[in-house]
Design a binder for this molecule. Structure first.
Ligand code: UDP
Ligand code: MG
Length: 313
């Protein structure tokens, strides 16, 4: 099979028939053998009925229906598990991504040897204030934290080679940072292609203002898990110790100076409270690091390493 096209969707019944017809046109024109995996992420409209109808007309169309809404990441993850082809394409169901981009995205994986290629909505048809400007900021932050040179991390339209999607787990709301997950799994050839973006034709956006808060927190997660996920003590233990010993140093200094130099009571000196605060914060941080370390030691995945190849075994 040449292509698996994975499409997460939530309440997109109006778009689906047009989208699938367009995909089919592109597939026929290029003579691809393919599957379209539609993941209904707990829609409350007619989406699932539409999917079953589409499937009876075209057996290349497959569907997974979630019992409730788990989020785009969960939908992508299930789609990745089910995908069979050597090249996997993801796209949104709202027809903001154009299926005409698929052949070139596939070519870049197969001929140029990219592990994954991310779309770049260079000219974007979304609200400037609520989407375009914040997204530029997020992308700049994600670039500097992950050292992956992409302009548009969260573009729904991407292509992957099979080994990438079978190695990564998209969880929480990490669909915004799939290239980072791929890099963590050891895939370094991450490419970018400018893709056509279109205004939403039917329905409304499924991500409200919460996208900023969650996007920011996930960015922090990416940073901390990537740097200290397997060794929390190196972060919390270090800062905890610095704070604690700084506090202890000041405290010792105050005590000595009270007994030998001036008689001002310890509690009369503001520095005293600062020292106490440092020691408390320091031991709290240390404790957080220690607990983190215990948790990561107990995690069943602590020794799951991705093995690329073996010989003689
Ligand atoms: N989506 C989903 N589950 C969710 C939210 C969104 O499967 O909980 C799908 C949605 O149907 C669409 C894609 O994810 O196919 C992108 O969502 P949307 O177009 O609303 O995001 P935007 O383009 O506004 O960033
Ligand atoms: Mg959209």
């Amino acid at each position: 099979m040449d292509l698996s096209i994975v499409i997460p969707l939530l309440n997109e019944d109006e778009s689906l028939p047009e989208l699938c017809a367009w995909i089919e046109r592109v597939m026929l024109a290029n003579n691809y053998s393919y599957e379209v995996i539609l993941i209904d992420d707990g829609s409350t409209d007619d989406s699932w009925n539409v999917i079953t109808k589409l499937r009876s007309a075209n057996p290349n169309i497959k569907g997974i229906k979630f019992q409730r809404n788990y989020g785009k990441s969960a939908a992508l993850n299930e789609g990745f598990k089910a995908a069979q082809a050597n090249v996997i394409i993801t796209m949104d169901a709202d027809m903001q991504d154009s299926p005409d981009e698929i052949p070139e995205l596939r070519r870049m994986i197969i001929e140029d040897g990219f592990d994954m290629v991310s779309g770049w909505k260079k000219k974007r048809y979304d609200n400037t204030l609520t989407k375009n400007i914040p997204s530029k900021l997020f992308n700049a932050a994600a670039r500097s934290m992950s050292k992956i040179q992409l302009h548009d991390f969260n573009c729904g339209l991407k292509s992957y080679s099979k080994k990438v999607v079978k190695s990564i787990e998209v969880y929480g709301e990490m669909h915004r940072y799939v290239p980072v997950l791929a890099k963590w799994a050891g895939f370094r050839k991450i490419g970018e292609k400018v893709v056509e973006h279109r205004a939403r034709k039917y329905g409304i956006t499924k991500f409200g203002w919460s996208r900023f808060v969650n996007g920011f927190l996930d960015l922090m997660t990416i940073f901390f898990v990537g740097k200290f996920g397997k060794r929390p003590m190196h972060f919390f233990g270090l800062w905890g110790s610095i704070f604690f010993f700084l506090g202890l140093g000041i405290f010792t200094f105050l005590t000595i100076s009270k007994f030998f130099f001036d008689q001002t009571g310890l509690t009369q000196r503001p520095l005293f409270f600062f020292a106490i605060m440092l020691m408390i914060i320091g031991s709290q941080l240390f404790l957080a690091g220690f607990i983190g370390e215990l948790i990561s030691r107990n995690s069943p995945e602590r020794n799951n390493y991705l093995i690329e190849d073996k010989t003689g075994l």
